[in-house]
Design a protein. Structure first.
Length: 322
């Protein structure tokens, strides 16, 4: 049956991300096939639910929207398609409070910009545009060999199939989260740069300790700054190598913060997000000849063991204790 995978995008502020597990439980009332997509989305395979409830995807999506709003005060936009990739793309095109159901993926994608395809980033989109492949339809109409020469053999085939609406992915219940966030809020408009940096240090320490405890590393770090008028600014940076080293995360967080040149901005909160989480044992690590770095990593491991035994506040950076 077409249109049985939903991508639900919840309108969650950074401070409300803790609601995501409860919203996932809401989806779990319809199907056990629920995959979290932090920070604000989830996939749900409703194939069995459609047969069980005798209702179509659009009707079930309407019930989900009403319950999310009534129980948690959270608005959502929902995309429905035959597979996760189509559902994600549809959810990004759906207006808040609506459901966009796609029964013919190829027709739906044909006139969309290539950048709208799931998994196509700005760099790939620019490369495709330089060859005149600015829409999904043109990518789909191009010979496979041409697309492969532009973006590579494997990536080219995946992109070409994606543009034609072919989706071989599945909803994976309880899939490991691909990102993790740490949020710090201020009780009032915070203009002091040093206090903002202390919040970033605290968040980076939390993320690093959490990833090391779970045996994972991240590939990129995203900083979101929330202002007094509820607007936000977001910046992302790819790390030199995948890491869970708190010192490296802190350094990147500071660089992102400095790049915003906030000066007298009225900041109400900051959120650091570790993106592209992966098992630490699969990540390559470049050996360092810097004895200071090696010493810092050994001290970090000792601090982690102390926190595991005596609690998260057993050892903290001196600047946070001041």
């Amino acid at each position: 049956m077409t249109g049985t995978v939903l991508c639900v995008r919840f309108a969650l502020a950074p401070a409300d991300e803790a609601l995501l597990p409860e919203l996932l439980a809401l989806l779990g009332g319809f199907t056990p096939l629920v995959q979290a997509e932090p920070p604000d989305a989830a996939l749900a395979d409703l194939g069995g639910a459609v047969r069980y409830f005798g209702r179509g995807p659009a009707e079930l999506a309407a019930v989900i929207r009403v319950r999310a709003l009534a129980l948690y005060g959270v608005e959502c936009a929902i995309g429905a398609g035959p597979g996760p990739r189509t559902a994600r793309t549809a959810a990004r095109r759906a207006a808040p409070g609506t459901t966009l159901v796609v029964d013919d993926p190829a027709a739906f994608l044909r006139d969309l910009p290539a950048a709208a395809l799931d998994g196509v980033g700005p760099a790939t989109a620019r490369t495709l545009r330089s060859y005149g492949l600015d829409t999904a339809g043109r990518v789909a109409a191009a010979p496979l060999a041409v697309v492969q020469r532009i973006v590579g053999a494997r990536a080219g085939r995946e992109l070409w199939e994606r543009a034609r609406g072919v989706d071989r992915t599945r909803v994976v219940p309880n899939a490991a989260a691909r990102s993790a966030a740490a949020e710090r809020s201020f009780p009032h408009d915070e203009l002091d740069r040093d206090r903002q940096r202390r919040a970033l240090l605290s968040a980076a320490q939390e993320l690093g300790a959490r990833m090391r405890a779970e045996g994972r590393v991240c590939r990129a770090l995203t900083l979101t700054v929330r202002y007094a008028d509820r607007s936000t600014t977001t910046r992302e940076r790819t790390l030199r190598e995948p890491t869970a080293h708190s010192a490296e995360l802190t350094s990147v967080a500071y660089a992102l913060h400095d790049g915003l040149a906030l000066q007298r901005a009225r900041v109400r909160g900051v959120t650091l997000r570790a993106e592209g989480l992966a098992p630490a044992e699969r990540a390559a690590h470049q050996l360092s000849l810097d004895p200071a770095d090696d010493k810092a990593r050994r001290l970090e491991a000792v601090a982690d063991r102390a926190r595991a035994r005596f609690g998260p506040d057993a050892i903290i950076p001196g600047s946070l204790a001041a």
